[in-house]
Design a protein around this ligand. Structure first.
Ligand code: PHE
Length: 338
C-alpha cells in the first residue's frame, strides 16, 4: 500500500467545497476507521526499528491535517458570509429613515436671528405674555388715545390685563431692572385682535432688540440691522430706513430689506415685493427720551435704539408663502417642506 503523505491530503482539503465535504475527509483519514487511524493502530506490527519514526510521521500528518481541516472550514464559512451579504445587503439602497422631524420654520428663523445677535454680544431676555397696560403701553409713551389701546386692536382680559401686543414691553421690564450698557434681544409671542387673512394672524412671534449706552446713534442701529439682514439673507441684501412714527422712538423708522426673491429682470412680476424691490420688515428708532425717563435712565447721559419685527412675515418672505395662516395650521404635509 502506498504511504500516505500530507501533500495528497492537503490538495483534497483545498478542493472541498462544503463543510460536509471537509467533514467527510476528516472521517476518511482521522475517523475511527480512517486510514491514518488505522495505520497508527498498526504501528505495533512494524519492526521495532521503524515504529518510532513512523509514529512521529503519522502524528505529524494528523496534526497538520487537523489544522488544515479547521482552516478550510473557517474559509468556507467566511466565503459563505460574504456571498450572503453581497446578495442581501446592497450598500447603495436608500436607508430606512428614522422619521426625525425638524424645527418649525418660524422657530428656525428665530434661532438664526438669535444666533446672529449673540455674535454681536447681545443677551437673550424674555418677559411675560400677559402684561399690564403700563408695560405694554404707558411706559412706552403710548397715550390713551393711541389705536393700540383700542379694543379693536387689543385683547383685554377681564381683569384689565393685556396679552402683549408687541415685545416692546420687554424693553421696559429689562431697563427697570438693569443699568446701561444694555444690549438685549427678546423673542416672544404677541397677540392682536385681528380679523385673520392671508397677511394677518391674531398671534405671532416678534423679536425685539434694545441697546442703551453712551453715544448710541442711528448709525449704530443701521449697522446692527444690516448685520442681521446680511446674515439672514446674504451679503447682497441691502437695508433701507424710511421715516415712520412710534410713540416710544424718536426718530422712528420703518426698516425694509431689498427683495431677496427677485432681481431687476424679474421684479415687475415679483409677488413678494410687489414690484417695489423692497420688503417691509418692521419698526425701529432711537429710544424716546420719555421712555428712558420712565425707567429711571437719564436721557442726557444715555441714548439707545430699539427695533421690533415679526418672524412670520419674514418667514413668509423667505419661503415665498402666500398665506401666513398656513404656518400655524398643524398640517405636517405643509411644514415638511421647510
Ligand atoms: N413694537 C413695534 C411693532 O410691534 C415695533 C418697534 C419696536 C418699533 C421697537 C420701534 C421700536 O410694530
Amino acid at each position: 500500500m502506498k504511504e500516505i503523505t500530507f501533500n495528497d491530503i492537503e490538495g483534497k482539503i483545498a478542493e472541498a467545497e462544503t463543510e460536509g465535504q471537509v467533514e467527510a475527509l476528516r472521517i476518511e483519514y482521522l475517523g475511527r476507521k480512517g486510514s491514518i487511524t488505522k495505520e497508527l493502530r498498526n504501528i505495533s506490527e512494524l519492526p521495532k526499528s521503524k515504529r518510532a519514526r513512523e509514529g512521529a510521521r503519522l502524528n505529524e500528518i494528523k496534526n497538520k491535517m487537523e489544522e488544515a481541516l479547521s482552516d478550510r472550514i473557517d474559509q468556507l464559512r467566511s466565503q459563505k458570509l460574504q456571498e450572503e451579504s453581497s446578495q442581501h445587503y446592497d450598500m447603495t439602497m436608500p436607508g430606512i429613515s428614522p422619521g426625525i422631524g425638524h424645527l418649525h420654520p418660524v422657530e428656525q428663523l428665530e434661532r438664526d436671528v438669535v444666533e446672529l445677535f449673540m455674535q454681536l454680544g447681545f443677551e437673550v431676555v424674555d418677559g411675560p405674555e400677559i402684561e399690564t397696560e403700563w408695560y405694554c403701553f404707558e411706559a412706552l409713551n403710548i397715550g390713551p388715545d393711541h389705536p393700540a389701546r383700542d379694543m379693536q386692536d387689543t385683547f383685554y382680559l377681564e381683569n384689565g390685563a393685556v396679552p402683549r401686543t408687541h415685545t416692546s414691553s420687554v424693553q421696559i421690564r429689562h431697563m427697570e431692572n438693569n443699568n446701561p450698557p444694555i444690549r438685549v434681544i427678546a423673542p416672544g409671542k404677541v397677540y392682536r385682535n385681528e380679523d385673520e387673512d392671508a397677511t394677518h394672524i391674531w398671534s405671532f412671534r416678534q423679536v425685539e432688540g434694545l441697546v442703551v449706552d453712551y453715544d448710541i446713534s442711528l448709525s449704530d442701529l443701521k449697522g446692527t440691522l444690516e448685520y442681521m439682514l446680511k446674515g439672514l439673507f446674504g451679503e447682497d441684501t441691502e437695508l433701507r430706513l424710511r421715516s415712520n412714527y412710534f410713540p416710544y422712538t424718536e426718530p422712528s423708522v420703518e426698516m425694509d430689506a431689498s427683495c431677496m426673491v427677485c432681481n431687476e429682470a424679474s421684479r415687475r412680476h415679483c409677488r413678494v415685493c410687489k414690484g417695489t424691490g423692497w420688503v417691509e420688515l418692521g419698526g425701529a428708532g432711537m429710544v424716546h427720551p420719555q421712555v428712558l425717563r420712565n425707567v429711571g435712565v437719564d436721557p442726557e447721559e444715555y441714548s439707545g435704539f430699539a427695533f421690533g419685527f415679526g418672524l412670520e412675515r419674514i418667514t413668509a418672505v423667505k419661503y415665498q408663502l402666500t398665506d401666513l395662516r398656513d404656518l400655524w395650521r398643524p398640517d405636517i404635509r405643509f411644514l415638511r417642506q421647510f
